[in-house]
Structure formats: C-alpha cells, structure tokens
Ligand binder design. Structure first.
Ligand SMILES: CC(C)(COP(=O)(O)OP(=O)(O)OC[C@H]1O[C@@H](n2cnc3c(N)ncnc32)[C@H](O)[C@@H]1OP(=O)(O)O)[C@@H](O)C(=O)NCCC(=O)NCCS
Length: 153
C-alpha cells in the first residue's frame, strides 16, 4: 500500500501552498505559483500528503496537457517539503501525473529547470528525462534546461 495520499488540487489548497512555497524553493516563487493553477487545473494539479497525516501538505505538482501539442504533458511547477526529500515524494507526483496524462493520450512529458538548480536537474535525470540547454529561454539572464521524456514512465 502506498505511503502517499494524492488528490486533485483546488483553490482552497492555495493558502497552504503559498505559506510554504518560498521556503521550500529557497527563493521567492512569486506568481509562478499563481492561484489560477489551483482553481483551473482540475485533476492535473496534484496535492501530496502522507497517507497517515492527510491534512498536512507535503507536495504540490502543477501540470496540464498542452493545447498547442495535445501529445505533450507539461509540468509547470513541483515542490516537496524539504523534511521528506529523498523519500520518493516528487517521483510519486510525477508518476501519478504521467499516468493521468497517458490516459488522456499524451505520449511525452516536459518540464523546465534552471541551470543552477542542481537538485532539480539530478531529479529529472534520475527519472529518465533528457535535457536540452536553452539560452535566455525566459528572457535575459534566464537560461533554462528543457527536460523531456516519453510517457508512460
Ligand atoms: C527537486 C525536488 C522536487 C525533488 O523532490 P524529492 O521528493 O526529494 O525527489 P525524490 O525523492 O522523488 O527523488 C527521486 C530521485 O531524484 C534524485 N534527486 C532528487 N533530489 C536530488 C538532489 N537534491 N540531489 C541529487 N539527486 C536528487 C535522486 O536520485 C532520487 O532518487 P533515489 O531514489 O536514488 O534517491 C525537491 O528537491 C524540491 O521540491 N526542490 C525545490 C523546488 C524545485 O526545485 N522544483 C523543481 C523545479 S520546478
């Protein structure tokens, strides 16, 4: 049996996520974690908790199916409580999202990471993503690595 409990996010989860996001990321996330994702993603936004403490937020994934490229599932944002890192929390979120998107017909999944985000880069590589460096992808001084892999995981 899974140690995790996962369910779709909704607008009422925003305050809990907002309260921890800057600390969990290590820098202000600003409107990258806009409330619209919580209100509008439906079943492709995921809230993670421990099965034995479901009221305590331990992870968030904001993802969706691309309208421009319906075969592409896109993970915009993921964060996990530093207290549980290295225990498979983010992997569980990615795998659940991947399963949901595979059922919707997606065959690829994409995510971005900053070149200095070594933890995020190692995480994506461990899940079999291949990264492509994109200079100034988000504007001046905002290089990104575009990670992509096939679905299903
Ligand atoms: C990146 C992040 C989501 C990983 O979450 P996590 O729950 O610790 O990841 P998992 O436990 O599922 O790790 C899976 C694998 O990724 C690798 N990994 C994850 N974090 C790593 C790190 N900091 N350094 C090296 N490898 C790492 C490990 O190989 C791990 O496999 P293992 O089973 O061999 O240990 C988490 O560190 C985080 O929330 N960081 C801040 C927010 C962020 O950077 N988000 C991503 C950009 S949007």
């Amino acid at each position: 049996m899974s140690i995790w409990q996962m369910r779709a996010l909704n607008g009422e989860d925003f305050d809990d996520a907002r309260a921890v996001a800057d600390e969990w990321f290590g820098h202000p996330v600003g409107l990258t974690m806009h409330r619209l994702f919580f209100d509008q993603l439906g079943t492709t936004g995921l809230r993670l908790a421990h099965a034995d403490a479901p009221e305590v937020l331990v992870g968030v994934l904001l993802g969706f199916a691309s309208l421009a490229d319906p075969a592409l599932a896109y993970i915009h944002f993921v964060m996990v409580d530093p207290a549980v890192r290295g225990t498979g929390a983010a992997s569980a979120l990615y795998r659940e999202f991947g399963s949901r998107m595979t059922h919707r017909g997606c065959t690829r999944v994409r995510s971005l990471a900053g070149p200095a985000r070594t933890g995020s880069i190692a995480f994506h590589e461990s899940l079999g993503f291949a990264g492509t460096f994109a200079a100034e992808y988000l504007g001046p001084d905002q290089d990104r690595i575009i990670f992509e892999r096939r679905l299903p995981f």
